[in-house]
Design a protein around this ligand. Structure first.
Ligand SMILES: Nc1ncnc2c1ncn2[C@@H]1O[C@H](COP(=O)(O)OP(=O)(O)OP(=O)(O)O)[C@@H](O)[C@H]1O
Ligand SMILES: Nc1ncnc2c1ncn2[C@@H]1O[C@H](COP(=O)(O)OP(=O)(O)OP(=O)(O)O)[C@@H](O)[C@H]1O
Ligand SMILES: [Mg+2]
Ligand SMILES: [Mg+2]
Lengths: 256, 256
């Protein structure tokens, strides 16, 4: 069975999509078969890889609703070992639709139980909320990667988010682990970033990942070209940091 | 009746809370009575103004649920013409609770109908989603202010968000207008920011506000001191830009 990592944080704009796209790409470039799932109605991970669907093409909504099999919603990408299940516009209405259904938090987990065993990693990009889509991801995954900016509001929400994960561990997903806290858009020149980094290191030392993603303009340019950073600018600091992250996550995978 | 402005955008991390806190503060400092409502379960606008509630204190959840009157959930701030209805932890569960209720989108509008007529402006900070909390805000307000970063993912979501506003205008809130699109965290030195700014100017010219908020580290430091920018560092570019925005919004208020 593949290792399923959910990239989540209720705080908005902390680099969830950027991390989901570039971590999955960098792991795939080591030769492992990887599946990226876009579970955000904004469909940023889908367009960030240059995929535009027409109304008749199906995606993650159809899989969760039970209207399609995995093969019908899985699309290839520019990297031959990376595949994506995209988000479509109808995903926006799914949270309200799910509320009154039986086992509403288990829909994704059930759908992924039939996944091809040749996948070694699955990475799920989540919306900035704790609604039923994110709950589905937290129930289906083995671990959760929490990107966070070195800013006050991001730090504030971290403690509460981790509490929520611990609560889910006791109910919906007993094997849920924290893969790690990832510092993103880090700019070491500002005292705020260093203060926040120290605070996170103090309170969440065990969970903090070694890799730190620097603020790097090439990372925010890449999505407008529909490419992960390693295909857009392989020599950038952004590419280096996500290659390092992929190495760290693969090495942890062996231990857990 | 006061002018009710909702600060919303499904995209996360675009500066909704920073705009809600600093716009409401700067309008209040001109002597007008202003109410800030924190409708985000993350409660960033609440802590960004240095307000920490204990479990027995009530907030926006209790107002929407009909368990409290407006006076019981309204708190003073460091600015004597600015008041806040804070968010509390129980707001997180409200979207699921609201789904099966009648007139679920009208709860906030109904609660605000009894508001003290001495308020001249109400500013509502929304979570990064299009769930029932944001829908309540879009139904209760006169206009919506849409902060957006000059980045690819923010630009992508703008068109779809504006479509959603137009749809609501036809159904839940016929008088809903777009107050304007506000460019935030703008860094004119990057070509990406200038390209995106040009695109937004091309497609959304009528809605683009004149004021542009620059990236300014003092804006992200202020919340850790529980102060709006004008009380934390009144000489910063951040303070200047929000004072300018307040002037622009007040001037528009007279016309609409
Ligand atoms: N390390 C970085 N350096 C510079 N820009 C970055 C970096 N990481 C992400 N960005 C940019 O910052 C913005 C926010 O990142 P992103 O959209 O990935 O966050 P998110 O958490 O997925 O947001 P949402 O909460 O809306 O889903 C994007 O415009 C992205 O291009
Ligand atoms: N003009 C600015 N310059 C520098 N930093 C800023 C600016 N505006 C906001 N920030 C910082 O950027 C981060 C995102 O801003 P903010 O939290 O206000 O966005 P938001 O849209 O409310 O996020 P969410 O989607 O999570 O509600 C915060 O850490 C904030 O302090
Ligand atoms: Mg995202
Ligand atoms: Mg906010």
């Amino acid at each position: 069975m593949p290792k399923i990592i959910c990239v989540a944080n209720q705080k908005g704009g902390v680099g969830k999509t950027t991390t989901a796209i570039n971590l999955s790409s960098c792991i795939a470039l080591t030769g492992k078969k990887v599946l990226l799932i876009d579970l955000d109605p904004q469909s940023n991970a889908t367009t960030g890889l240059g995929l535009y669907l027409n109304d008749s093409q199906m995606g993650i909504y159809d899989l969760i609703a039970g209207d399609a099999e995995i093969e019908q919603v899985t699309y290839p990408t520019a990297i031959n070992t990376l595949f994506i299940i995209p988000s479509t516009v109808d995903l926006a209405g799914s949270e309200v639709e799910l509320v009154n259904q039986e086992n509403r938090e288990l829909k994704l987990k059930k759908a992924l139980s039939k996944l091809d065993s040749r996948y070694e990693f699955v990475v799920i990009d989540c919306p900035p909320s704790l609604g039923l889509l994110t709950l589905n991801a937290l129930t289906a995954c083995n671990s959760v990667l929490i990107p966070t900016q070195c800013e006050y509001y991001s730090m504030q929400g971290l403690g509460r988010f981790i509490q929520t994960i611990k609560m889910l561990k006791g109910s919906l997903n007993p094997e849920l682990k924290i893969e790690g806290i990832l510092l993103t858009m880090y700019d070491g020149r500002t005292s705020l970033a260093n203060q926040v980094r120290e605070q996170i290191r103090k309170y969440f030392k065990k969970s903090l990942l070694g890799t730190v993603i620097p603020r790097n303009i090439r990372l925010s340019e890449a999505p407008s070209h529909g490419k992960p950073i390693v295909l857009y600018d392989n020599n950038s600091k952004g590419a280096d940091s996500y290659i390092e992250l992929a190495r760290e996550i693969i090495a942890r995978g062996k231990k857990n």
